[in-house]
Ligand binder design. Sequence first.
Ligand code: HEC
Ligand code: HEC
Ligand code: HEC
Ligand code: HEC
Ligand code: HEC
Length: 367
Amino acid sequence: MPIRSFLLTLALGAAAALAAPAVAQQAGGPSLAEITEAWLASPHADRTADAFTHWNDEEDGMVPGRCAVCHTTQGAVDYMAGPMSTPGAIDHPVPIGQNVSCAACHAKGAAELTAVLFPSGVLVDALGTGSEATCAVCHQGRAWGGTVDAAAEGMEADTVTADLSFINVHYTPAAATIMGGTAKGGYEYEGRDYKGTFTHVKDLATCTDCHSPHTLKPVPVAACASCHKEAEEYTDIRTSKVDFDGDGDVTEGIADPIATLHGRLSDAIAAYATEVAGTAIVYGNAYPYFFIDTDADGAAGEGEAIYPNRYQTWTPRLLKAAYNYQFVKKDTGAHAHNPHYALQLLHDSLADLGEAVDVDMAGLTRP
Ligand code: HEC
Ligand code: HEC
Ligand code: HEC
Ligand code: HEC
Ligand code: HEC
């Protein structure tokens, strides 16, 4: 069957001027119109999303180079065509009003990309061209354990200092989870070994094996159930035989112990903040995520989850645990991307807080 080559200029809109990527449309595959429609309905095309409008009030009408790589098509194209020497950053701003369009993934640089630099400085190579390398450029987060260590350098573990503030890994760092201890996206405690890349099985290993690159949706769970017979939802999947969370159930989905340990970490963080840092803490779904629990009710109420009330009495130990809490929280697919890496990070954060306050580790097993 002949494979026809299309210039994607028609579908590219504003990005057309940036690059004219040629993609071979597979005979028998989706038509260009179907692909465009799928992309249009996806979050990558959603021009109203905060991820694309966040800079609209900038006076110069530009997205800074340290944000543009992942939040504009032009930034992505320029980054992948360049030396990529600073992870996730280019040396120039680009105009606002863009999204993640065809060229971000189909321009020449992207099509040839096989190695991606992570915030840790680790260059992960031998990635599948066009199938996971491009996704990993943007879904890698913006920090790593070393960011936390650098901030806390020379400080005592349990001493409060005004010099620390929360370090946010950033959002949907799926590639950092998948590449686990290879990319070092989580806060990895000294002396511990961490699970490397989650290789899974041959046909479902890369981002686009599991996710359509255009709708972004994962393959239907029925496709998982051919091997994972128990699965009605992704969160039901489990092959591990070890009782990580000590609840006596090794048939519940692997998402369950992740959620259990995540919940326990929340409690341990709260206990430590009150007892050691001396100020109650609460997590809220707003930047910068950790706030002072002014009424000590354990919930981020109205008026608490606001920037002026951000938590400001960090210790190095608290900062590390909070970093991992957010890392697992912000990869909503961690249970599918690298469940054991997520469990290790949570387990080690609990154990480390347990050096300073009472944390019940009974029954917990580290993967
Ligand atoms: C390495 C890639 C990368 C860089 C660099 C980056 N971001 Fe993001 N950012 C993302 C991704 C991916 C998301 C999408 C999260 C999602 O799936 O909803 C995101 C989401 C956001 C959001 C929306 C948050 C939300 O809760 O939905 C804001 C705001 C944002 N980024 C601001 C910034 C700013 C400001 C900068 C520069 C200082 C920046 N980003 C740099 C990758 C990046
Ligand atoms: C987020 C990255 C991304 C974006 C945005 C994107 N694509 Fe793709 N596209 C891919 C990847 C990756 C493949 C290869 C899929 C594979 O090999 O499984 C692909 C494949 C294709 C193909 C080959 C046929 C097929 O289905 O395999 C065509 C044609 C195509 N894309 C057109 C477009 C058009 C047109 C747009 C914009 C409307 C677009 N793409 C946006 C990543 C992207
Ligand atoms: C140029 C940067 C960039 C590239 C390349 C990229 N993404 Fe994204 N992705 C984003 C941003 C920014 C968002 C948030 C969009 C929004 O909030 O509407 C996002 C959103 C998503 C979402 C939805 C997440 C949610 O919170 O609902 C999925 C899933 C996703 N991307 C998967 C992929 C896959 C798979 C690839 C590779 C084929 C890829 N992305 C390539 C930047 C990128
Ligand atoms: C083994 C299959 C698999 C692989 C490989 C995989 N994902 Fe996922 N991903 C999933 C599943 C399952 C979910 C959870 C979706 C749900 O619950 O609806 C998910 C969730 C996500 C989300 C969050 C979507 C949301 O709605 O919040 C993003 C973003 C994402 N994946 C990106 C990626 C990227 C980028 C890669 C490659 C670095 C990747 N995924 C590799 C299966 C996979
Ligand atoms: C061809 C068979 C096959 C298919 C299809 C398959 N898997 Fe798997 N999966 C496996 C095998 C085998 C393992 C065990 C791998 C190991 O232990 O290294 C596994 C392990 C897992 C694990 C780790 C669970 C644990 O308890 O540690 C997750 C998560 C997972 N698969 C998710 C998925 C998702 C999501 C899909 C569908 C998108 C899927 N799998 C489809 C064969 C498959």
